[in-house]
Write a protein that binds this ligand. Structure first.
Ligand code: XMP
Length: 507
């Protein structure tokens, strides 16, 4: 296990992903809340940071239990930190040191730079520079602008690098991490999806025994993989509840329910569409709509959960990005742009113990684990779909008729993406029903009907996104199909806004 101490860099999660890609398990902890027990960590990585080490409010943690005691790799800010407090000198750099650079004068440290050749491209992102190395250090590599691009401290397994090995543009970054973790620190590359399944199933069996577990299935990747893992561990004692909030895609409820049954899951489908639509009646405010859906979901789920006698556990498909306590660069909680109702969990009154089998996994790892349990790509490759569903894609108030219109439009769009082989190139897609009527002409008739906007984005995590350049022929055909087949719609537009400044959903 590897410990990554986070100083607030935007790349910290990427370090963890790279390490995991090497089939080595790792955990991110904020520098100001390090784990009390360090014994399980065989190596430590210090992340970058938006701070300057010279600033008074910069992270200045005590590393006395780590440095010299465990193999240590200090990245960017970490490297500066070791220099600043180790007898070296860190100063603002004269030239901007952002972007590509090439390593030169690689000291033949046979292990650290093994399989990495002179000139290897690395990615820099810093405004301070290490002018003087800390005591006992020797330089291992430089770049054109950065003399101390990599150094090692003698008589310790302490390495420091000014560049970011975790980013894609550091071409040999993963090799370097492998060299450090495997060849130097001696970690084994045994953390595979199959191993994860075996270990997790054994742990779940032990933890849960013969008690009953309740899990809310959403049709999405995370809850599905969590359910299949738990099912492997405890079989029929896993009681899954799949709620139809009336805001799902067309046919989604019945189709997905059938798939879950085929997987052998003990699942109950609950059609609460009317209850949700009733509660949403007349409400146009996006945040209020989310809150209502969140509240009704909890009510419905609670009713159903009470029907399972003697349930002791609530299982959730929480994944790692939801639980990482990263150091926020701004120091404070970030602004609520949209309240995601499914983050934050269910209220205390359910009095159940919580089990979250995926809480250490990134999304792509959840997919790999799903694949290793033979869950079909149809489920695993599915686009993300928001918890409040079509409610946040219908601008303004929600009625059953509007839902029905949007379901048809969405169906044509998504089916088209699949038929044209575009679905997997898109990270998320959907249609928005706008509160706009416009004039059209069909046959000789004047129409005054609704407008829909199609949205397809590429992204890796939904935090930033760009619109996808879908072929004009596809857009043309889709627009035609929608206007011809969906009564009530006479205009289709395509959303060409990136996030930021727009968001993916319109509400
Ligand atoms: P935005 O619109 O904020 O969306 O750019 C980013 C990602 O989050 C999804 N999303 C939600 N998911 N509950 C959810 O479960 C919500 O309230 C919610 N709002 C947005 C959105 O679909 C996209 O994948």
């Amino acid at each position: 296990n590897v410990l990554i101490l986070d100083f607030g860099s935007q790349y910290t999660q990427l370090i963890a992903r790279r390490v995991r890609e090497l089939n080595i398990f790792c955990e991110i902890k904020p520098y100001n809340k390090p784990p009390e027990d360090l014994s399980k960590y065989k190596a430590v990585i210090l992340s970058g940071s938006p701070f300057s080490v010279r600033a008074d409010d910069a992270p200045h943690p005590d590393l006395s239990e780590i440095r010299g005691k465990k193999p240590l790799l200090a990245v960017c800010y970490g490297a500066q930190y070791l220099a600043h407090f180790g007898g070296g000198n860190v100063a603002p750099s004269n030239t901007r040191e952002y972007g590509r650079a090439n390593l030169s004068y690689l000291k033949p440290d046979e292990l650290f730079f093994e399989s990495i050749s002179e000139g290897s491209q690395v990615w820099m992102s810093h405004s301070d520079t290490i002018q003087k190395l800390p005591d006992g250090a020797q330089v291992l590599a430089s770049t054109h602008d950065v003399e101390n691009a990599a150094y090692k401290i003698e008589n310790e397994i302490t390495y420091a690098i000014q560049f970011h090995p975790e980013v894609y543009h550091s071409k040999d970054g993963k090799q370097l991490l492998e060299n450090f973790l495997v060849k130097i620190a001696g970690l084994e590359q045994t953390w595979t999806p199959d191993a994860f399944v075996d270990i997790t199933v054994a742990e779940l069996k032990k933890k849960i025994g013969s008690e009953k577990v309740i899990l809310g299935l959403s049709g999405g990747v995370d809850s599905t993989v969590a359910a299949v893992l738990l099912h492997k561990a405890i079989g029929k004692n896993l009681h899954c509840i799949f709620v139809n909030n009336g805001l799902l895609r067309k046919n989604e409820f019945s189709e997905v329910l059938e798939q879950y049954e085929d997987m052998g899951l003990n699942v109950k489908g609950v059609d609460a569409s009317a209850r949700f639509l009733d509660a949403l009646k007349g409400e146009s405010d996006p945040e209020k709509k989310r809150k209502i859906i969140g509240r009704v979901f909890i009510e419905v789920f609670d009713d159903e959960a009470h029907l399972v006698e003697d349930a002791k556990w609530l299982a959730q498909g929480t994944i790692y990005p939801d639980v990482i306590e990263s150091v926020s660069a701004t120091g404070g909680p970030s602004a609520t742009i949209k309240s995601h109702h499914n983050v934050g969990g269910l209220p205390d009154f359910m009095k159940l113990k919580v089990v979250e089998p995926l809480k250490m996994l990134f999304k792509d790892e959840v997919r790999r684990v799903g694949r290793s349990m033979a869950i079909g790509d149809e489920r695993l490759g599915r686009h993300p779909f928001p918890g409040p569903g079509l409610a946040i894609r219908i601008l303004g108030d929600i009625t059953a008729e509007k839902v029905a219109i949007l379901q048809e439009v969405d169906y044509i769009f998504i089916k088209g993406l699949r038929d044209w082989g575009l679905y997997d190139q898109v990270w998320q897609a959907g249609a928005m029903l706008l509160p706009v009527n416009s004039v059209g002409v069909m046959g000789d008739e004047r129409t005054y009907e609704k407008c829909v906007a199609l949205r397809a984005v590429e992204s890796t995590d939904g935090m930033t996104a760009d619109w996808v350049n879908l072929p004009y022929e596809f857009l043309q055909k889709t627009s035609n199909d929608i206007i011809n087949k969906v009564p009530g719609v006479n205009r289709v537009v395509y959303d060409i806004s990136s996030k930021p400044p727009a968001t993916i959903e319109w509400e």
